[in-house]
Design a protein around this ligand. Structure first.
Ligand code: AHR
Length: 518
């Protein structure tokens, strides 16, 4: 039997549009002003060798009956192309600090079978290695964000990998690359120096990591003059500031011999580990709790950027939130360690709130990567053999494409609060930006799961008589897409007209709406 709370919530959500509305939300944008550029790299993806993320999710092999191009599934590539994925972080995650790149090059039938102790202890066939990753990036039009092994590797191994990939000169490693099918150097525009070295990457103290960082940042060189490479140091775990302090202090006193261009932050919407929040069949308390937890991102960015500002007031070093997203209880019956979870309308809101937060910190947050791309954690895509399914989170990524490299526009939101028990959150969260063609875009999230939000949108510095775009709503906050019902949560066309000098928008309960102003 359904818990009474869930029944009540579903009744509320189903009839939300008909319920009484609070006073209109006042949103104002000033189109004559410009804020920071919203770097397209904040819409990055993360694909680790974990569960069915790579194997089955991306790689099926050239002999698979599933349509593929050189082993990479065509349906997943087509779906990702529509997201204009800027970068894919790979091969991990915790996996990166146990990955030895030489196992993943050369003829595939000669590659060794190794183990993946972090994630289910399964066999790692090494069929998807450097060349397959680069081919996948080329197929979807994304850039590399490669994490090197600091935890269990050596500086020499990392240096060799960079030389193998990037040198245009005829060195032995470059010749090996050519013999393996790629005479031209690969591009590695973003390099992660380790992963969570405070945890699965070797439990290093901040000072010990900084010593390693200096070595790796020096020797893991980019030899491809056709591109710049940004090096990202490991940074904080959630609220712990010790790595932020240590890395930034070291950077401030850096010598000619090493440098970095960024520092990473990992923060999951999880509340506590091990994750217990259900992916489906949850009530309003769980919904509100996870939205509140997501909003912690704002505080974390403020905390860590304050430390960064102290050491780097010119904001040269970027903050890469290179693991974020909802980490929920695993799908019952899924293999241990595969981190499989369903993806609901609530998760779509979690994605939108994170994008809005990154945008508000766009002067510092210039890279971000959702965990993870396919079949793992807050995924864009699920696969089941030859079938593929797009999640609510996928739709939010697609709706936000116009914000890639757009320039943020100042916005004020006077929304009042959505309150549930002792949780109180701003009822509506919104961002605005101007794209390269000059078009204005506004993204609005109505957090309230029971009430429609009527928004009066005022636009200064531009004439706007109509808003047109898409809205993502769902019958319930825990609605999901399934292989049987793949469009339960899918965007619908949305329009709004001007009245009394303002645009009037009606945002459905628990919805994400993206419009362009005309
Ligand atoms: O995304 C799953 C794991 O979470 C990553 O491997 C690790 O970096 C983090 O703890």
């Amino acid at each position: 039997m359904k818990p009474i709370r869930a029944i009540l919530l579903s009744m509320c959500v189903l009839t939300g549009a008909a319920l009484a509305q609070d006073k209109p939300v006042q949103v104002n944008i000033d189109a004559s002003k410009a804020g920071a550029k919203i770097d397209r790299h904040i819409f990055g993806q993360f694909a680790e060798h974990l569960g069915r993320g790579i194997y089955e999710g991306v790689w099926v092999g050239p002999d698979s009956p599933i349509p593929n191009t050189r082993g990479i599934r065509n349906d997943v590539v087509a779906a990702l192309k529509d997201l204009k994925v800027p970068n894919v972080r790979w091969p991990g995650g915790c996996f990166a600090d146990e990955y030895h790149w030489r196992n993943g090059i050369g003829p595939r039938d000669q590659r060794p079978a190794t183990l993946n102790p972090n994630w289910g202890g399964v066999i790692e066939p090494n069929a998807f290695g450097t060349h397959e990753y680069m081919d996948f990036l080329a197929q979807i039009g994304a850039e590399a964000y490669l994490s090197i092994n600091v935890g269990s590797g050596t500086p020499a191994e990392a240096a060799d990998w960079l030389e193998y990939m990037t040198t245009p000169q005829p060195t032995a490693l470059a010749k090996q690359r050519a013999a393996n099918g790629h005479p031209e150097p690969f591009k590695v525009p973003i390099l992660g120096i380790g992963n969570e070295n405070w945890g699965c990457g070797g439990s290093m103290t901040p000072d010990f990591y900084v010593s390693q960082l200096k070595i790796y940042a020096r020797y893991a060189r980019n030899y491809n003059p056709a591109q710049q490479m940004r090096r990202i140091a490991v940074g904080p775990d959630t609220a712990d500031t010790s790595y932020t302090e240590a890395v930034m202090a070291a950077w401030k006193n850096k010598t000619w011999a090493w440098d970095i261009e960024g520092i990473s932050l990992h923060f999951y919407t999880v509340v506590k580990f091990p994750p217990t929040f259900k992916a489906t069949g949850f009530g309003e308390t769980e919904y509100a709790t996870l939205l509140k937890e997501t909003r912690r991102m704002e505080d974390l960015l403020r905390t860590h950027t304050a430390i960064m500002d102290k050491h780097d007031p010119a904001k040269k070093v970027l903050l890469a939130v290179d693991e974020w997203g909802a980490w929920l209880a695993p799908t019952p019956g899924s293999p241990e360690g595969f981190l499989e979870q369903q993806n609901s309308q609530r998760d779509a809101l979690i994605a939108a709130l994170n994008f809005n937060t990154f945008t508000r910190h766009a002067d510092r947050v210039r890279i971000a990567n959702i965990a993870q791309m396919v079949n793992v954690l807050q995924a864009m895509i699920f696969t089941n053999k030859e079938k593929m399914l797009l999640t609510p989170t996928y739709h939010v990524f697609k709706m936000y494409v116009p914000f890639q490299d757009a320039v943020s526009v100042p916005i004020s939101v006077d929304a009042g609060n959505y309150t549930h028990g002792d949780i109180s959150l701003p009822r509506v969260d919104a961002i605005a930006a101007r794209d390269a063609r000059g078009a204005l875009w506004v993204a609005l999230t109505n957090l309230d799961p029971t009430k429609t939000a009527k928004v009066d949108l005022g636009v200064a510095g531009a004439k706007a008589t109509r808003a047109r775009g898409e809205t993502l709503t769902a019958p319930r906050v825990d609605s999901v897409n399934t292989f049987e019902a793949p469009r339960t949560v899918a965007p619908k066309a949305f329009t709004a007209k001007a009245s009394g000098g303002k645009l009037v928008l009606e945002l459905a309960p628990a919805s994400v709406t993206v419009v362009t102003l005309e």
